[in-house]
Design a protein around this ligand. Structure first.
Ligand code: RNT
Ligand code: ZN
Length: 417
């Protein structure tokens, strides 16, 4: 395949789309402005850089021991930049608090400051990568099953302090990058077995959050992430979907929709229009649940296509922040970033290539056969030629040719670790 052939295929696709009223040049412009926030934690199986013993806790789990995971901050940065070099467009990086630069010192979670992220700010600036942030409740001696909802006041206050510091760090990041830093709050709080004090834990969580969010900031934006259940915490989740939906609506704050955090037959796509009437913005954690919140690599599957279509159809492109969230240690981790990020882009591209105006017209005039037929035909229009052209214009490998590039980095870099 030569560049010229990609261009030729694109020209044909452009005509094909023009025939149904879609301007592919406009779509390519929108794609260029579509920035995904890549999660830093796929590179090292959610380890982070705290000098600590012990594995991942908080009801989440990474499987697999594929060789070559990033062992330190330099390796992680190099891996992420390499992955980014195989993905068209410009993307953000979503950090967890445990990925600070702590040196060999143990900086406890209630001691962390922006100083531990100065290096990330420099890195972001040097590479044109904007940063987002997350507080980290898991993998810590004080994590247990309950953090912000812990009846023990001391433990609760420890995590409140941590969260407040993370917000201050996010504000400082936002100021430095002249663009708001999105900070996600997800805590794993829950219990394994039948719980009879459900109201009390939720009351505690609400009170902790009220304290955390009391301080107003202008260069960071908060979002709260719910969940159905965690591993070992199957019977009760304090921060359920109802809890956070109500909380965010009442406080007019952003909700994070993690596509793995709902019942398997629940449509996350259908939440977009329902929620956006009551909350200002949404943050996404695009993942792939396989039977449960398994955090498999994101693919261009039907639930993800539906989700992005709903965003476009709701006219909400600029009211959504697009994060990824999966961690799979069974395969090349850089490849995992590339597959997942490009898959999310393809879903967005296909959503943007939809002749929505025509479909709406059909719907409003009761022409349901026409609506169904056009939707069905859209699936097989040459969107892939548009994606290839998007890659070409961004000077990154098109189609399957990135496989070789990932293999090269594995042979030259990661396999030697
Ligand atoms: C866990 C949540 C949460 C984490 C990351 C590491 O179920 O999805 O977002 O995956 O914060
Ligand atoms: Zn998530």
């Amino acid at each position: 395949m030569t560049e010229q052939k990609i261009q030729q295929a694109y020209e044909l696709a452009r005509e094909r789309y023009a025939a149904i009223g879609v301007d592919t040049e406009k779509v390519l412009d929108s794609m260029q402005n579509f920035h995904l926030s890549m999660h830093c934690w796929q590179a090292d199986d959610v380890q982070g850089f705290e000098p600590r013993e012990g594995g991942l806790t908080g009801g989440i789990q990474v499987n697999g021991n594929y060789p070559g995971k990033a062992r330190n901050i330099d390796e992680l940065r190099a891996d992420i930049l390499y992955a980014m070099s195989l993905i068209p467009g410009k993307h953000r990086l979503n950090l967890h608090e445990i990925y600070g630069e702590f040196g060999n010192k143990y900086v406890d979670r209630n001691e962390v400051t922006i100083d531990h992220f100065k290096g990330w700010l420099d890195w972001g600036k040097a590479n044109g990568v904007k940063l987002d942030f997350n507080s980290t409740s898991f993998s810590h001696p004080k994590s247990g099953d309950l953090t912000l909802a812990n009846p023990d006041k001391g433990i609760r206050e420890f995590w409140i302090e941590h969260s407040k510091r993370c917000r201050a760090i996010s504000q400082a990041i936002g100021e430095a990058q002249h663009d708001p830093c999105i900070m996600n709050t997800w805590v794993h709080d829950g219990s394994k077995d039948i719980t009879v004090n459900r109201y009390m834990y939720r009351e505690l969580l609400k009170d902790s959050l009220d304290q955390i969010f009391e301080q107003r900031y202008d260069m960071m934006k908060d979002c709260v992430e719910s969940k159905v259940f965690g591993i070992g915490l199957e019977s009760y989740t304090v921060g359920s979907n109802d809890f956070y939906t109500a909380y965010a609506a009442k406080r007019d704050m952003m909700i994070t929709l993690d596509t793995g955090h709902f019942h398997p037959t629940e449509s996350v796509a259908d939440k977009v229009s329902a929620m956006l009437l009551f909350v200002p913005e949404l943050m996404l954690h695009v993942s792939r649940p396989v039977r449960w919140d398994s955090d498999h690599v994101t693919l261009m599957d039907d639930p993800t296509l539906d989700l992005f279509s709903e965003i476009v159809r709701a006219g909400a492109l600029n009211r959504v922040h697009y994060g990824l969230d999966y961690f799979d240690g069974t395969l090349n981790r850089i490849g995992a970033y590339v597959i997942g990020t490009r898959a999310a882009q393809k879903c967005m591209l296909r959503a943007l290539l939809e002749p929505t105006a025509t479909l709406r017209e059909y719907e409003l005039t009761g022409r349901t056969f026409q609506r169904l037929a056009l939707l069905e035909e859209c699936k097989v229009l040459p969107w892939n030629a548009v994606y290839d052209e998007f890659c070409r214009r961004n000077d990154v490998p098109f189609g399957e040719t990135y496989i070789k590039a990932v293999e090269k980095y594995e042979t030259e870099v990661t396999i030697k670790r």
